[in-house]
Write a protein that binds this ligand. Structure first.
Ligand SMILES: [Zn+2]
Length: 115
């Protein structure tokens, strides 16, 4: 399997790393022979998943369907939120400045993420 990129921020998502995958395929119904398109895998990194879920609904029926699914995942379990924070800390850790690492505030968990 090849490495994938987050659809939103283009960050590389290495195989086995935390991410949200949206699978999509089309198939004919009531038509013979039944045809099935190849499946597409669309990936979002944890930060973008959380950010999208917290944000306003997107335009377009397909986008809206994907948004609802991601919201389901983000809302169902804090693990995805946690993964987003972990990644954020990793990025901060790479910065060359000697600034103290900002401590993620739990109070912000229900708020708005901006990247
Ligand atoms: Zn992303």
């Amino acid at each position: 399997m090849e490495n994938l990129f987050c659809l939103r921020c283009n960050r590389e998502i290495e195989v086995g790393h935390k991410s949200v995958a949206v699978y999509m395929f089309a198939q004919t119904v009531g038509i013979r022979p039944r045809q099935k398109s190849s499946a597409q895998r669309i990936c979002f990194c944890p930060q973008c998943s959380v950010s999208l879920a917290m944000g306003p609904p997107p335009e377009g029926a397909l986008n809206l369907a994907a948004w609802n699914m991601i919201r389901d995942l983000v809302g169902a379990d804090p693990a995805l939120n946690q993964a987003a924070w972990e990644n954020l800390r990793g990025v901060v850790g790479l910065l060359p400045s000697g600034e103290p690492e900002p401590v993620p505030r739990r109070a912000a968990a229900g708020g708005y993420f901006e990247f």
